[in-house]
Design a protein around this ligand. Structure first.
Ligand code: UDP
Length: 241
């Protein structure tokens, strides 16, 4: 295996299936199956699921709910998604635990790096819920942060497109898909991969990012084996269509 410890980030929208809203049971069991398959190959796996399928902090901004309260609600949405994915993983035969940065002691254990590393070492899938635990951040940043803290060798962003494009492929048929980019190109061209804070964290800690399609079967195990899947972003990238 090329990677022995990976962090996989799923957007909340992916979990919502074709509508991007709520939790699609087929997508949930497919996600769980992909992760269980990855863990079965011996790869230690951490997971972050976003919350955009349920609530985003800015959804009610300007409608009487301030941004900080909205972000707290968004973090709670990520806890709901993590609980759903944990149950689906257990049903798929994998050991899994939710660690939440947003403290809700009756529902999930609190996050600590030591606890996360212990669980990863013993073959558990660790679901990092509650984002960073602070408002005004995203779950992409949380994913990169947890990956660095726990010694993951790559962060995989599993999303509804099969890589990074020069423009939105749903709006511009001529948009080109990149095989490889470096952090500087993503930042300079403002490519819609992750927010700047997340990209800068990865750049500063030399953590590669791979963007792939959530619907591609075996994408995660193929990435773990070192196959070329989606778009890879790192510090040595050569740009190519
Ligand atoms: N959020 C936050 N702090 C974090 C991570 C997330 O406040 O560290 C909130 C924020 O309101 C965000 C929501 O949780 O809009 C859901 O996360 P995100 O938008 O990243 O989910 P995704 O787009 O991946 O589904």
């Amino acid at each position: 295996m090329t990677f022995s410890r990976m962090l996989v980030k799923f957007s909340g929208e992916s979990l919502g299936g074709s509508t991007g809203v709520g939790i699609d049971p087929d997508v949930l069991s497919n996600m769980a199956g992909q992760i269980a398959g990855l863990v079965a190959t011996g790869v230690e796996t951490g997971v972050v699921v976003g919350g955009g399928n349920l609530f985003r902090g800015q959804d009610l901004a300007g409608h009487g709910v301030d941004r900080i309260a909205g972000d707290h609600m968004g973090m709670l949405a990520t806890v709901m998604n993590a609980l759903a994915l944990k149950s689906a993983l257990v049903s798929a035969g994998a050991a899994a635990e939710v660690l939440s940065a947003h403290r809700i002691a009756t529902i999930a254990e609190g996050f600590s790096v030591a606890k996360a590393r212990r669980l990863l070492d013993s073959g558990h899938v660790v679901l990092y819920a509650g984002g960073t635990g602070s408002p005004l951040f995203t779950t992409d940043t949380a994913a990169c942060l947890r990956a660095i803290e726990t010694g993951a060798e790559v962060v995989v962003k599993s999303t509804r497109v099969d890589g990074v494009y020069s423009d939105d492929p749903e709006k511009d048929a001529a948009a080109q898909r990149y095989d490889r980019l470096d952090y500087g190109e993503v930042l300079a061209q403002e490519l819609a991969v992750m927010d700047f804070a997340a990209i800068c964290l990865c750049r500063d800690h030399d953590l590669p990012i791979i963007v792939c399609d959530v619907a591609e079967p075996d994408a995660l195990t193929r990435i773990a084996r070192g196959d070329k899947v989606g778009t890879r972003i790192d510090g040595r990238g050569e740009r190519g269509p």
